[in-house]
Structures are given as C-alpha cells and as structure tokens.
Design a protein around this ligand. Structure first.
Ligand SMILES: *Cc1c(COP(=O)(O)O)cnc(C)c1O
Length: 230
C-alpha cells in the first residue's frame, strides 16, 4: 500500500469556513444594529499559496490582505489575471523604500504610521498617478515592539497625511495579545470619531465579533478562514 499523501486527501474546507464566517459577521452586525454590508471582510492570505486562495476566490471572496510586499508581488499578479476585481490590502509594516511597489500593487494600505512614510507614499502616489487609500495605524496598547503611531502623535500625523494629499480611509489597530480587546477597540473608535474619520480596521480571527460591536468597518481574518499558519 502507498502511504497516503495528506495534501491530496485534505478536504477543501475553505467554502465551509467562509460560509460560517459570513454567518458570524451577519449575526454580530445584527446584534450591533448595523448593516452587515458596512463590514468588509479582508481575507488575510499571508503565508498561504495560491492553491489555498483559489477556493475562496471561487466562493466570491474578493478582498484579501497580505503583510509583505514581496510575498504579494510573487503571488497576486497571476491570480489577478484570473480575478481582475480583487482588492488587495497591505496590512503589515511598510518600509519607505518599498512605498512605490506598494502603491503599484495594493488598493489600500493599513500601516501608515510615521511622517517619513507619509512623505514616501505621497511621492509614490504622485509618481504613479494613483491614489491609494490609507488607514493610519495607531499603537493602541502603547506596546514598544508594535508598529503604529502613539496616540499623542496621531493628530499631527493625520494633518501631515492630509497635507500630502493622501486619501485617509480611517484608523487601524492591533490590540495587545492575551487581554480583553474591547477597551482598545472602543478607544480606537473614539479616536477615529474625534479625528473625523469613519473607517476602522480592527478585529482578527479571535476578536472580530467584539470589533464589530465596537464599530469595525474592516475586519482582518486569517486563521479562521485558512486554518492555522504553518
Ligand atoms: C496576520 C494578521 C491578521 C490575521 O490574523 P488571524 O489571527 O490569523 O486572523 C490580521 N491583522 C494583521 C495586522 C496581521 O498581521
């Protein structure tokens, strides 16, 4: 007998996971008295190959998130030939020297967090004649190892981004791991309102329902769709 090859026998769980996720989003929206259509599901496909992504495209998912410019450049051009209406979001940290590539490749950037990146993205958008909406990332739990501007730096950074002509989509945050996320989501919602922003990119596999209760407009979900990352 040949030993079984798990990659051949593995069932395609993507349609079931996507259907279940859509149902959970709809239920959370109902509880919050919000239209489910106000919440954009970003399927975070980082580390997953095209073969894992295709079943979701087949099921109609069109918004995807990647955290590395180079990985996205390797995977997405071929997939986009087949599915030209895909929207690709950059959710990871961005180095200023990759701003031009990011502006060409992505439809939205979630990690604008410092003046040098405002300048680099402003120049890249002018050069490419392409306006890419950006979320400003806030380091909502003041964690030294995490990206995002401090709360104190937020208002001046937003002013710089507006002056540079960068279209602002809203605020993005990743609350500290291991403790209740709700207070951080609520704070992000307040900061967005105080600064005249409507978009809120917050909530991942473990906490997207809480994020929806607290105003998330964009949730970034990876493992609940693709399984654990290897
Ligand atoms: C990986 C990642 C996600 C998705 O996390 P899951 O827990 O797999 O849903 C969301 N946001 C950011 C910024 C990420 O890096």
């Amino acid at each position: 007998m040949n030993s079984p090859d798990p990659s051949l026998s593995a069932p395609n769980l993507a349609p079931t996971r996507l259907a279940s996720l859509r149902a959970r989003i709809a239920a959370a929206a109902r509880v919050a008295s919000r239209p489910a259509g106000d919440i954009t599901l970003i399927a975070v496909s980082k580390t997953h190959p095209a073969g894992d992504i295709l079943p979701l495209l087949t099921e109609g998912q069109r918004v995807f998130g990647e955290n590395r410019v180079q990985e996205a450049e390797a995977k997405w051009p071929a997939l986009r030939e087949q599915y030209p209406d895909v929207a690709l979001h950059l959710i990871g940290q961005l180095q200023s020297n990759k701003a031009e590539e990011a502006v060409r490749l992505f439809d939205c950037i979630h990690s604008l967090d410092r003046p040098s990146l405002v300048a680099a993205l402003g120049r890249a958008m002018d050069k490419a004649a392409r306006q890419v909406p950006c979320f400003v990332q806030v380091n909502i739990g003041a964690e030294p190892q995490k990206g995002g501007c401090t709360i104190a730096d937020l208002a001046p950074l937003l002013a710089e981004a507006r002056a540079a002509g960068i279209p602002l989509a809203g605020l993005m945050c990743v609350p500290p791991a291991g403790i209740e996320a709700a207070p951080f989501f609520a704070l992000a919602d307040k900061l967005a309102r105080d600064n005249g922003l409507t978009g809120l990119s917050m909530g991942m596999s473990e906490d997207f329902e809480t994020a929806i209760q607290l105003g998330a407009t964009h949730i970034r979900v990876g493992s609940a769709l693709f399984g654990a990352r290897g």
